[in-house]
Every structure is written in C-alpha cells, then in structure tokens.
Design a protein. Sequence first.
Length: 330
Amino acid sequence: MSGTQAVFDVVSPGLQTLVQDHPGRRGLQSKGFFPAGPVDPVSFRIANALVGNAADAAALEIPMGRLTVRVLADTAIAVTGASGAEPTLNGTPVPLWQTVPVRAGDEVVCPTVKGPGFRLYLAVAGGVDVPLVLGSRATYTMGGIGGVEGRALAKGDVLRAHRVAAPAPLRVPDALRPVMTNTWEIEVMRGPHADPDFLTEADWRDLVGREWKVDLNSNRVGTRLNAHRFTWSRSSGGVAGGHPSNILDGSYPIGGVNTNGDVPVILGPDGPTAGGFTVVATVVQAGLWKVGQLRPGRDTIRFREVDLDEALALAERLDYTTDARHYEEL
C-alpha cells in the first residue's frame, strides 16, 4: 500500500491539540529551536507502538481532552495518557492503552480529562501526514512552524495519514502503563548551576526536600512552580545582574529547572534555548514524561536527585515500556 488518505475531519479541536512527532527537531538549539515534540514522550511513543507506527511517526497531543473527530477511512487508532478520560467511539466507551479499529463515518470523542494526568495522545495507523519542516513534523508553538500551518488544530481541518495494512491489535499490560498521580516524584540531576557556586548546600536540600505546587500559568514552554526565596551562595549576579540567579547568557537544557529570580520553571520542549538565569537542576530523560502530565494549578511535585547510573537505568526501562513486543495480543 502507498500514498496517503484522509483519516480525520476535526469537528471540535479542543484547547490546543497539536500534531507532534518524537523526538522533534534535534540538533537545532544553537539556531534557537528547542525540539518541540510531545511533552509526555512515553505516552506518545506507546500510542504509536499500538498502531504499528514507526517511533518517529506524527500523532496528536491533546491537553485537557475536548477533541472530537469524524473518521474518514477504515483504520486503527490508540489513545493513551491521562487517567479520568473516557474516550468514546460512536458514544460507546473505548479503553485507553490499546488498539481500537475504526471505520469511515465513526465519531471519536476525547472528553474533558478529569485526571490524574493532563494530556492525551491519539495515534492513527500510518501516522499523521503533514509537511516536514527542518526535518520534523512537530508543531513548534514559539516559532509557528510544523504541524498544521504551525498552529493548533481548528474546526474543519482534515488530517491525512499514510496508507498501511491494518496493525495487529494490542493492549499494554497494566504493569507497563505510566502511573498517573496528583503528587509526583520527578528525578533530577544537579546543575549546571547548583551548589556550591550558586546555591548553598542548604538550598539544594531545600530544592529536593520540599513540595512544589504547579502554577496555573504553565504550558509547553515551561512549567512554573511556586515562588521560593533561596539563600544563594553569592550576594548578586555580578556583571550579569543584581539578583544572584542572574548569569551571563548561556544555553539551556531541555528539562532544566530554570530559576528566574525566586520562581523555578521546568523548561518544556518549546522553551527558550538560552538566557541569563541559572539552571539549578535538570530533569533526567526518563522523568520528562511526568512533566507532560502535570496538571496546572492542582498538582504538586517533589524532586529526587539521582546519579548518572540510575538515570541511564530509568531510560532503559522506558525503552522496554514503549516496545510493542512486550504488549498483549487482543
């Protein structure tokens, strides 16, 4: 089979439904582009695996749900991500975390996400077909590129997918599903601007020892936490500025815990690539999916420091989780 076919007519687009792919536009940070891609890459990768797609196929990211699409061709879909969501097919509930066959004329509804968790992911067999921009189909909201004209989906958009044979229906075992909660533990490593040069030892203990509230003003650019006054190991930023969180502009890592004065912000996939504030810790790769499921204005987190060996072991576990060979046949 070859070519593409129209698969979805967008009836109701939801809050900010975006076409994304994984891992997005890697290697362009020096040119000012964070990679975009899914904020929860684990749920995203699992959705693609359930419909037989390649790991880099494009799919939909649906914050808060509220998406309705009309199916235009016989195919298969999978919905993964936040709990408390009850997708329906022609009004009948369908389960998350498994392959769901659909036929032309069907209506798929992803209602409001009650949680825990915040984002749903919808993959379709063959992958959503939108133009490649700088090597990726991911929507980069800060730059207005990728996806469907660089924007969120709108009512009346028609999405296409590559024609592929029907995938074998699969289900993710309960033990392999990401666990959603309202009180998260997120793994981090120190730095690049931690103690003793920037934070004090007591500041670091405070960072990993206290509970942080996720601010309502959080999005794909960054997850803001409640303000907190650190002691700092220096009195100012010197030539970089008066506050000790100021530094001469430097590059930012994905998942960096950026301290803008007294406000920590976890940098998301659409975040700034550089700036003049300290990054006191960095979320490890295996912890990034949790940031994507944080509910603004409600959830709380605690940071847990890990070393490199544990970070690598956690990443290997996620590779196992997203491998369809470990799923159950239906």
